[in-house]
Write a protein that binds this ligand. Structure first.
Ligand code: UDP
Length: 327
C-alpha cells in the first residue's frame, strides 16, 4: 500500500485523516512532535516522532517511507495564542512548513495537501467568501497559514510541486465510531468547551462577546464535520494523483451558526443546560466566517454527509462520553 506522510497525525484532524486514508487503501505515516498531539490517537499506521524544524529527521522519514504524498496538518491553531505569541506561529506554522516543503521537494515527493484556514480571509462585510476573496488575515494564525500558501505557489512554479490547499472553516464533531475525537490541551474550541461545561468537567462557558453585528450579537461560524473534512482530503489526494494540478478549495457548508445557536443545539442534543457567562470579545476574532463557495462539491465531488449541527454535536458528545477525553 502506498504511504502518505501525515504531519500532525496525532492531532484532532490528522488522526481522523489517518483513519480515512487507511480506509481508502493508503498507509498513513504519522509525523508529529506530540506538543499538541496525542500518541494514543495514532492507530492507523506507523508513528514517527519528529518536529517540523528538524530537517535531518524529515529527510530520514522521507527516505524510509518514500511517501507518494504529504498531508500537512501539523500546526498551532489558536487565534488567542497567535495574538499573544505571534513568533511561535510564524516559526512553527510558516518556518516549519517551509522546512517540510523543502524536504518533500528534495525527496521528489511532489504531491502536497495542505490545511489552510478561513482565518486567512479576515473580516469582509457582506462579501461572499470564496476562493478568490482577498486574504486579509486579522491574526498571526491566519497570516502564518497564508504565507504557506504563497510558499506552495512559488515551489509549484520553481519545482513542479503540486498542491491542494484546503481552507477550513470551523471543524467540529468526531469519528462516529469514537475511535478518535477532539482533544486539545488546553481546549479552546467552542464545541468541546460547551460539552465540558454541560457535564461539569469545566466551569461555565464564557461567551466571547455579545455585541457583534449579528442577529443575537455573538460571532457566526460555518461548522463542518471532521469526517466530511477528511473525506475531502482523500479526494484531494486523488485529484493530485489524477494529474489535475494545484487547486484551492474552501471546506465549509455555507451555513453559519452563532455561538448561542451552537449552545442551543448542544442543549437539545444532550438534554442539559449549558452554564455560561458573558465575557469580552476575544482579540483576533472575526464577526462572521461562512464559506460562499461550492467548488469542493462541484469540482472535487465532495459530498458532506455529517455536517448538520445536530450530527456534529451528537458525534462530539458520543466521543466526549467515552472518557478518552480528559478535560
Ligand atoms: N468562543 C466562545 N467561547 C469560548 C470559545 C470560543 O465564545 O470559550 C467563540 C469564539 O469567539 C468564536 C467561536 O466560538 O466566535 C468559535 O471559536 P473557536 O475557538 O472554536 O474557533 P475559531 O473560530 O477561533 O477557529
Amino acid at each position: 500500500m502506498a504511504n502518505v506522510l501525515v504531519t500532525g497525525g496525532a492531532g484532532y484532524i490528522g488522526s481522523h485523516a489517518c483513519k480515512a486514508l487507511k480506509a481508502a487503501g493508503f498507509t498513513p505515516v504519522t509525523y508529529d512532535n506530540l506538543v499538541t498531539g496525542w500518541q494514543d490517537a495514532v492507530k492507523f499506521g506507523p508513528f514517527e516522532k519528529g518536529d517540523l524544524a528538524d530537517r535531518a529527521r524529515l529527510d530520514e522519514v522521507f527516505a524510509t517511507y518514500q511517501p507518494v504524498a504529504v498531508m500537512h496538518f501539523a500546526a498551532l491553531s489558536q487565534v488567542g495564542e497567535a495574538m499573544s505569541q505571534p513568533g511561535r506561529y510564524w516559526a512553527n506554522n510558516t518556518g516549519g512548513s517551509l522546512n517540510l516543503i523543502e524536504a518533500a521537494v528534495a525527496a521528489g515527493c511532489l504531491d502536497f495537501v495542505f490545511s489552510s484556514t478561513c482565518a486567512t480571509y479576515g473580516e469582509h462585510d457582506n462579501v461572499v467568501l470564496d476562493e478568490n476573496t482577498p486574504q486579509l488575515p486579522l491574526n498571526a494564525y491566519g497570516a502564518s497559514k497564508r504565507a504557506v500558501e504563497d510558499i506552495l505557489k512559488d515551489f509549484g512554479a520553481a519545482y513542479g510541486l503540486r498542491s491542494v490547499i484546503f481552507r477550513y472553516f470551523n471543524v467540529a464533531g468526531a469519528d462516529p465510531e469514537a475511535e478518535v475525537g477532539e482533544f486539545h490541551r488546553p481546549e479552546t474550541h467552542l464545541v468541546p468547551l460547551v460539552l465540558d461545561a454541560i457535564d461539569g468537567k469545566r466551569d461555565a462557558l464564557t461567551i466571547f462577546g455579545t455585541d457583534y453585528d449579528t442577529p443575537d450579537g455573538t460571532c457566526i461560524r460555518d461548522y463542518v464535520h471532521v469526517c466530511d473534512l477528511v473525506d475531502a482530503h482523500v479526494l484531494g489526494l486523488q485529484w493530485l494523483k489524477d494529474g489535475k494540478g494545484s487547486q484551492i478549495f474552501n471546506l465549509g457548508t455555507g451555513s453559519g451558526f452563532s455561538v448561542r445557536e451552537v449552545m442551543d443545539k448542544a442543549e437539545e442534543v444532550t438534554g442539559s443546560k449549558v452554564p455560561c457567562t458573558v465575557g469580552p470579545r476575544r482579540a483576533g476574532d472575526c464577526t462572521k466566517l461562512v464559506s460562499g463557495s461550492t467548488r469542493a462539491i462541484t469540482d472535487l465531488g465532495w459530498n458532506p454527509q455529517r455536517s448538520s449541527l445536530e450530527m456534529m454535536i451528537a458525534d462530539a458528545w458520543k466521543w466526549h462520553q467515552t472518557g478518552n477525553y480528559e478535560a
